[in-house]
Write a protein that binds this ligand. Structure first.
Ligand code: NDP
Length: 478
């Protein structure tokens, strides 16, 4: 049985309860995890509170060094961790490994920034006084993490929180606790003082709710669905907690008639089908200029045909299963709704057949044409391997239709014309715009959404600011 890690110790749930974590490709039990509750959150918070003054006052470079050391210890185990992640999440092992590498890169990025936090000196109007803006850690923070990128999305919270001198507890998604538990244990074993970083597993409705309501947690970083995010904002808002919300997306990709078609084809195929389409910044709506529409679609069908669906443990697999039965059902319903409204399936649109697929939540990569804009797959976030493709006459139409969404996370434009690219970058309603590039989150760049895609930013030096309180200090001289 996997264990939680609270106050420097491996612990089971006080109730003794556990639950099974199953492999989405085979239905087999991977391991059991503790079913923690409010009591475990309170224990993690008490530990984080006790550890806070010591961690806050640890020299920033020393905090950074401990994070570097933690990253090194995790790196030694990367192969076994990647296999564990694939077993609980479903994605191909190569993707799990890339995800853990990204986690380590992020942790080291913030480890390096720990000693580079700066405030300000402010001359005041009378010339005799001055102000200082000093940046201080907030205190006890909590991270609530989803199942689609269970490790990087934990890292985007742990890295800046601890580098800035806060202490933290994390709650992984119930279906992907195992790799996260192991990594938090390794980071602790690498030398984090006890209580600085704890992890509590258990249902969102219990563990998550306690995090939102517990007044001693001053900062919550949440990644998940927009519906849950609204609830998080309401409940945590009552306690005046500092909040960041990284929520759903419906990223548009616009390919102009002067775009590099081959690069854009790879962008569309990887961008939609990576992690079986279960990414917040996956390409969810593809807009093609009329003149390139036919050739682009034909080539994209060819590319999609070659994507191998299967168990993520198989090195040839490009698409693992959907993460849960409910996740597959949702994409099936969105495709059925699109077809009912006049949409055409160009490829896929069903489950693969054969003994290898019987026990997992597999679904074929799917391309759709002629989907009307009121279809669910356009209006909602689609979290699976299906891509609706639209024909547009020019950039104005593409941008107008791209912006017709409640979401505003990522977006991309593919063109060789810099003025077109600039116009799109300025007018697209999104937190991020990629020009001739795959939608990828870089540790160096701020990442987050506008509209219903969330509040605040993760990644980049910007993320650190969300873990610091600026304090104004006025100094009278003479
Ligand atoms: P959910 O919102 O269902 O769950 C996210 C986390 O919230 C889980 O740990 C869950 O726990 C927890 N949770 C559930 N209910 C509560 C509650 N009442 N109070 C506090 N916490 C709760 O999202 P998914 O796991 O389905 O994740 C997929 C979503 O995440 C997609 O919408 C995706 O777009 C979004 N996402 C956004 C990103 C971004 O940066 N903008 C990046 C990646 C994903 P439990 O598992 O126990 O229910």
């Amino acid at each position: 049985m996997a264990m939680m890690f609270i106050n420097g110790e491996s612990v089971a749930a006080k109730s003794g309860q556990t639950y099974e974590v199953r492999n989405p490709a085979t239905g087999e039990i991977v391991d059991t995890a503790p079913k923690g509750g409010a009591e475990e959150v309170q224990a993690a918070v008490a530990a984080a509170e006790a550890a806070f003054p010591g961690w806050r006052d640890t020299a920033p470079e020393a905090r950074g060094r401990l994070l570097f050391k933690g990253a090194e210890v995790v790196r030694q185990k990367i192969d076994e961790l990647a296999v564990l992640e694939t077993k609980e999440q479903g994605k191909p092992v190569a993707e799990s490994k890339r995800e853990i590498e990204h986690f380590l890169h992020g942790l080291e990025f913030y480890a390096g920034l720990a000693s580079k936090i700066r405030g300000a000196y402010v001359p005041l109007p009378d010339g005799k006084m001055y102000g200082m803006v000093i940046k201080q850690p907030i205190g006890v923070c909590a991270g609530i993490v989803p199942w689609n990128f269970p490790i990087t999305l934990m890292g985007t919270k742990i890295g800046p929180a601890l580098a800035a001198g806060n202490t933290m507890m994390v709650k992984p998604a119930s279906t992907t606790p195992l790799t996260a538990l192991r990594i938090v244990e390794l980071l602790n074993q690498a030398g984090l003082p006890k209580g600085v970083l704890s992890i509590v597993t258990g249902p969102g409705s219990v563990v998550g709710e306690e995090i939102l309501r517990n007044p001693r947690i001053r900062r919550v970083a949440f990644t998940g669905e927009t519906r849950t995010g609204k609830h998080v904002a309401e409940v945590a808002g009552r306690e005046m907690k500092r909040l960041t919300l990284e929520l759903g997306g419906s990223d548009p990709m616009i390919v102009c008639d002067d775009g590099d078609i081959d690069r854009a084809l790879t962008g569309a195929a990887v961008g939609r089908f990576y992690n079986c389409g279960q990414a917040c910044l996956a390409i969810k709506r593809l807009f093609l200029f009329e003149s390139i529409y036919d050739q682009f679609v034909e080539k994209l069908i060819g590319k999609v045909q070659r994507l191998k669906v299967g168990n993520g443990m198989n090195p040839d697999t490009r698409l693992g299963p959907l993460h849960t039965a409910a996740q597959r059902q949702e994409i099936e319903e969105q495709v059925a709704d699109a077809v009912k409204r006049g949409g055409k399936v160009l490829i896929g649109g069903k489950r693969p057949e054969g003994a290898d697929y019987e026990k997992g939540y597999f679904y074929l990569p799917t391309l759709l044409a002629d989907v009307p804009e009121d279809a669910r797959i356009v209006q909602e976030e689609s979290f699976g391997p299906a891509l609706p493709i639209f024909k547009v006459k020019d950039l104005d139409e593409a941008v107008a239709r791209a912006n017709k969404s409640i979401y505003g996370l990522g977006s991309s434009i593919w063109t060789r014309d810099l003025s077109r690219a600039r116009a799109a970058a300025e007018r697209l309603e999104a937190g991020n715009v990629w020009i001739n590039s795959l939608h990828i989150g870089y540790d160096e760049m701020p990442f987050g959404g506008v509209k219903y895609s969330g509040i605040g930013r993760e990644h980049g030096p910007e993320a650190l600011e969300y873990y610091l309180e600026p304090k104004g200090v006025v100094v009278a001289t003479g």
